[in-house]
Design a protein around this ligand. Structure first.
Ligand code: ASP
Length: 598
């Protein structure tokens, strides 16, 4: 080896030892008679020292020519430092250099390779290999490595077998858009890259593997919304002879194991909430439960006594839902601040028509933007409803209310709730609140992409998800009311995993495809292999997949997944470092029998 030690490991106990180190030059500080070099590698930073008169003069001259990021090898003796640096683990010592080799000079890097870099996103991505030298990015990948290791340890301990499934598969019409790969040997035909190994893991259950998992790349050709990657990684899992409860226990176990081993956090038992509850209390199927401000309905869609109608306030009278949150300490908001919030919810991204407020002053008086229509007694009833539903609404607080069509109003208020949570500092990146959301609807109605203007049912999770047995009769009469045996795990308001108990009978699967608008022929052509397999002894089974990149970013306390992926793509799906995607040669196109774009 070119070195005896790494740059991060020397301590006072190494004093007087002769060592050889290798690494990158972080800085050279030349103080005339004394010259210091900070040498860096993956393990840390160590200070080298050369002194005029003490070090050989040719050595001193050579050191003077070193530039940032030169790769060097240095030999010398470890000595105790006169002025110690408590900020780095090697700060008690330095190495008095007796031999210095430049292994490779370096051009000046295009940005500072330091924790706080001056490099913008584009530059960092173009020179990602330099960006990866920075501690912050490297630490994220170390965290990712640890997460993967600990996942394997847990899954192996529970008897799961890691099986690789193919990457060249078949395009299917459900779900997101597929990435496709032309087949040279089968001109005119294409493989698709998997959006997930869903059907393969189910087939492994038919094969009797019983417990499968895989840390696996998946591909979805979606218009890239913020912080999505066209290729991403899942922890993909499937189990046989289980019920939903078994899956919840097993994978809550995984998440708690990861928190314990990677972050030394004892995550308490993960609370559960139905989809319906999540929507009514938070207006979202992935609520951030690090803070309260739960929804309280003043005029609900069911079972709620209407506290708003009959006072000549047309906006509320005509609304399907009037729903609010109570912002702790918000009564001190000035009119200007409330106006600014109103503008915030009226932006097209949120789309609310307006925002009603009720200030519950410290002196217990009430002041609202609808005083013309509602007396203080009326408003006090609203306050009482907040307190009656377990939400505290105290003097000094502010009630913010949105009304309109129920689904829209809930979504708008959910955005406002998150915004208020952020503004009040209630969404701390180092606090972790996990949640299971259960009983998702099986189907949702949407526009048929092949028949514009016409609607059809879509699988909310995917077409292999089983309806709750007690809801199966509703499939014919009220498909929208059918609940699925489907579940999501949510951490800090982000969906980190989702799965379901699967259909395992051919007949029910065929019925599901029919509901989704497949003709029997289409269903057979697309998924005949799976339905055939169901006739050869398919066990009851179910599973889940976690978004691994996202899980890592949450553990790392970061918003973006990009810095937890070694070589990510940018927002237009490009790898700007290798410059991909790119055109291919005419010869390649000819071989594939593909005509170039005119
Ligand atoms: N394959 C599903 C997904 O990618 C997860 C699952 O149902 O296990 O969302």
């Amino acid at each position: 080896m070119l070195r005896t030690h790494t740059c991060g490991e020397l301590r006072l106990s190494n004093v007087d030892q002769q060592v050889t180190l290798a690494g990158w030059v972080q800085t050279v500080r030349d103080k005339g008679g004394v010259l210091w070099i900070d040498l860096r590698d993956r393990y840390g930073l160590v200070q080298l020292i050369l002194e005029e008169g003490v070090s050989a003069s040719n050595l001193f001259e050579a050191a003077r020519t070193l530039g940032r990021e030169y790769v060097v090898k240095a030999t010398g003796k470890v000595v105790e430092r006169k002025s110690k640096n408590p900020n780095i683990p090697t700060g008690d010592i330095e190495v008095r250099v007796t031999a210095l080799d430049v292994l490779n000079p370096a051009k000046l890097p295009p940005f500072l390779i330091e924790d706080d870099t001056d490099g913008g996103d584009d530059l960092r991505m173009k020179y990602r290999y330099l960006d990866l030298r920075r501690n912050t990015v490297r630490r994220n990948l170390e965290l990712r490595h640890k997460m993967a290791q600990q996942t394997r340890i847990y899954m192996d301990g529970q008897g799961f077998i890691e099986v690789e499934t193919p990457v060249l598969i078949k395009s299917t019409p459900e779900g997101a858009r597929d990435f496709v790969v032309p087949s040279r040997m089968n001109p005119g035909e294409f493989y698709a890259l998997p959006q997930s190994p869903q059907t393969f893991k189910q087939l492994l259950m038919v094969s009797g593997f019983d417990r499968y998992y895989q840390i696996v790349k998946c591909f979805r050709d979606e218009d890239l919304r913020a912080d999505r990657q066209p290729e991403f990684t899942q922890i993909d899992c499937e189990m046989s002879f289980i019920e939903q409860e078994d899956i919840l226990q097993m994978f809550e176990g995984l998440v708690r194991h990861l928190f314990k081993t990677v972050k030394n956090i004892d995550l308490p038992e993960v609370p559960r909430m139905t989809y319906a509850e999540a929507m009514s209390l938070y207006g979202s199927d992935k609520p951030d439960t690090r803070f309260g401000m739960k929804f309280v309905e003043l005029k609900g869609t069911f079972d709620t006594v209407d506290l708003t109608s009959g006072k000549n306030f047309g906006v509320f009278d005509s609304a399907e839902l009037v729903v609010g949150i109570c912002v702790p300490g918000g009564a001190s908001y000035t009119r200007k601040q409330i106006d600014e919030l109103t503008e915030w919810v009226k932006r097209p991204q949120i789309g609310a028509k307006g925002l009603i407020y009720v200030r519950y002053n410290e002196d217990r008086t009430l002041k609202s933007s609808v005083d013309k229509f509602y007396s203080e007694d009326d408003l006090m009833q609203w306050v009482a409803r907040f307190n009656g539903e377990g939400e505290t609404c105290q003097p000094g607080d502010l009630i913010l209310i949105i009304s309109g069509e129920a689904a829209k109003a809930r979504k708008q208020l959910s955005e406002l709730r998150l915004e208020m949570g952020s503004r009040l500092g209630l969404r701390k990146p180092d606090e972790f609140k996990a949640l299971w959301v259960l009983d998702f609807p099986l189907l949702e109605y949407g526009e048929d992409e092949h028949r514009p203007g016409e609607g059809r049912w879509f699988a909310m999770h995917h077409p292999f998800t089983s309806p709750k047995p007690e809801d199966i009769p509703l499939l014919d009469t009220d498909p929208g009311a059918v609940r699925a045996n489907a579940y999501d795990m949510v951490i800090n308001g982000t969906e980190v995993g989702g799965g379901s108990i699967r259909i395992f009978q051919r007949e029910l699967q065929a019925r599901m495809f029919a509901l989704l608008g497949f003709s029997p022929e289409e269903a057979k052509a697309q998924f005949g292999f799976l339905m055939d397999a169901f006739e050869f002894g398919a066990p009851p089974h179910g599973g889940i997949a976690f978004g691994f990149d996202r899980l890592c970013s949450i553990f790392g306390g970061a918003d973006s997944i990009r810095d937890f992926i070694a070589f990510p793509k940018n927002n237009s799906g490009r790898d700007v470092m290798i410059d991909s995607p790119s055109v291919i040669s005419q010869a390649q196109l000819d071989e594939l029998k593909i005509k170039p774009v005119a």
